[in-house]
Ligand binder design. Structure first.
Ligand code: AMP
Length: 459
């Protein structure tokens, strides 16, 4: 992958391919391929002066600015493993990640590139991954996911084909850069094909729409929360250059998919993946994009469903095992397939649908309830803005289903609860129906748009 990125920068020389927009959407800085290559060389000098050699791990904790991409590319070209550090971690979480990663050095916001010079591509040691990402939301020890050059190249190549990405596109980049999606798929994936990147300081729905129009972006990659907010923004702008809105990391409800399509004239392309597997499936660019579905497996990627519905994945982009955790690795694979912990099914067109997380199953009197199934029934009620269900301790049945609902502005909660109870009665078997309804002003979510179910169960 890094070889491809450097080659792509070499061939696009004078083109401005990496720019930053401030919080008002104004162009704050811009870099041509030439300038990026020079900065890669300069960062390599800094890394060399800190004794970085192929096989070492380099922590990256840089702001969304002009130095972010060159510093990452410098570490990759030096044969080092990039370890992105999430700036939002608490002090103790951060320490735990740093300890597990055993870094040679950490590149932070106050570091500067060294003496300029041409970049050098050093041979990577076979056992050193290109990227080591510590996954979020785990309890206890952090889990390191190593992704090799081969993993990255295979997935980024498949995605460029699946989404028809080319250097003629322009990506509006709003995702965090310490994650698989924002970093590998969006940042490295764009640089690999010379697709210009517009880095927005932070997500804001109105600002995004404004910038898509003003900067003539053609590609947007976001999480469902972003698409939901954009569909509700009062700002109307023509987006004649826009080509594709990609959504993933959390489920996009069918009614949100349709609302977005009605608003922007583009059906979102929903995709599914995990840090451990990279992107597994996507709705097609040409062909039917089905709401509520994560589409079809990417070429070379095999998806199979276990008897209990768990999604298992095998393919060239799947990691070979967790970082220095042989026990965890053994538990994570079965006959070469990675066990995702997600539950799924194939619909009548063969498209994959995610039904929830295996460990989020609610077990009512010994019978499994899929949160996703209950949520879909409740979310179809027009007065409901968002809904999530979780298992609550029940003295009689072990667990029972509790619903957490956000109503649309101006709706009466008591009336909505009555409608939801009636809907559940009509559509769901008795054990699946929520026993209790709690009304919230917003669902607790992490920055990637995933519902924080641990927070829900504490409400
Ligand atoms: P992460 O490794 O942090 O990217 O989280 C991966 C998890 O996000 C998966 O195991 C799924 O539970 C969830 N996920 C990713 N994409 C989707 C999607 N399109 N729909 C539903 N869940 C998703």
């Amino acid at each position: 992958m890094i070889r491809r990125i450097l080659e792509s920068l070499e061939t696009s020389r004078e083109r401005e391919i990496y720019s930053g927009l401030d919080t008002r959407g104004e162009l704050a800085w811009s870099r041509s391929s030439d300038e990026i290559l020079a900065a890669v060389g300069a960062w390599q000098a800094t890394l060399r002066s800190r004794g970085v050699r192929p096989g070492d791990r380099v922590g990256m904790d840089l702001p969304r600015g002009p130095e972010l991409l060159p510093a990452h590319l410098a570490a990759l070209a030096a044969g080092a493993t990039v370890v992105p550090i999430n700036a939002a971690l608490t002090e103790s979480e951060r320490e735990s990640v740093l300890e597990h990663a055993a870094l040679r050095t950490l590149v932070g916001p106050t570091d500067r590139p060294g003496r300029a010079g041409p970049p050098r591509l050093l041979e990577r040691t076979p056992e050193s991954p290109a990227l080591l990402i510590f996954t979020s939301g785990t309890t206890g020890e952090p889990k390191g996911v190593p992704l090799s050059e081969t993993n990255l190249e295979a997935n980024l190549d498949a995605l460029a084909h699946a989404w028809g990405l080319t250097e003629a596109d322009r990506l509006l980049h709003v995702l965090p850069c310490h994650h698989l999606h924002g970093l590998a798929v969006a940042l490295y994936g764009s640089a690999r094909i010379g697709m210009p990147i517009l880095l927005l300081e932070r997500f804001d729905a109105d600002l995004c729409i404004e910038v898509l129009a003003e900067q003539e972006a053609t590609v947007f990659m976001g999480v469902p929360t972003m698409l939901r907010r954009m569909a509700r923004s009062p700002l109307v702008r023509d987006l004649p250059r826009m080509r594709v809105f990609i959504s993933g990391s959390a489920p996009l409800e069918p009614q949100e998919f349709r609302l977005f399509e009605a608003r922007f004239g583009h059906a979102p392309v929903e995709r599914y993946g995990l840090t451990e597997t990279m992107i597994v499936s996507s709705n097609p660019l040409d062909g039917e994009r089905r709401d509520g579905s994560v589409g079809l497996p990417l070429p070379n990627t095999e998806v199979r469903l276990a008897d209990d519905g768990e999604i298992e994945v095998r393919g060239p982009a799947v990691m070979s095992g967790y970082w220095r955790a042989p026990e965890l690795t053994r538990e994570a694979f079965r006959d070469g397939f990675f066990l995702t912990g997600d539950l799924g099914r194939h619909d009548e067109a063969g498209y994959l649908r995610i039904a929830g997380r295996k460990k989020e199953l609610i077990i009512v009197g010994g019978t499994n309830v899929l949160p996703g199934e209950v949520e879909q029934v409740l979310a179809a009620e027009a007065a409901v803005e968002e809904v999530a269900v979780a298992g609550m301790a029940d003295p009689d049945r072990g667990e029972s289903v509790a619903a957490f609902v956000v109503v649309r502005a101006g709706q009466d909660e008591t009336a909505v609860e009555a409608h939801l109870r009636a809907r559940a009665e009509a559509k769901l078997a008795p054990y699946k129906r929520p026993r209790s309804y709690r009304f919230l002003s917003a669902l607790p979510r992490n920055p990637m748009g995933k519902i924080d179910r641990r927070a829900l169960s504490r409400i």
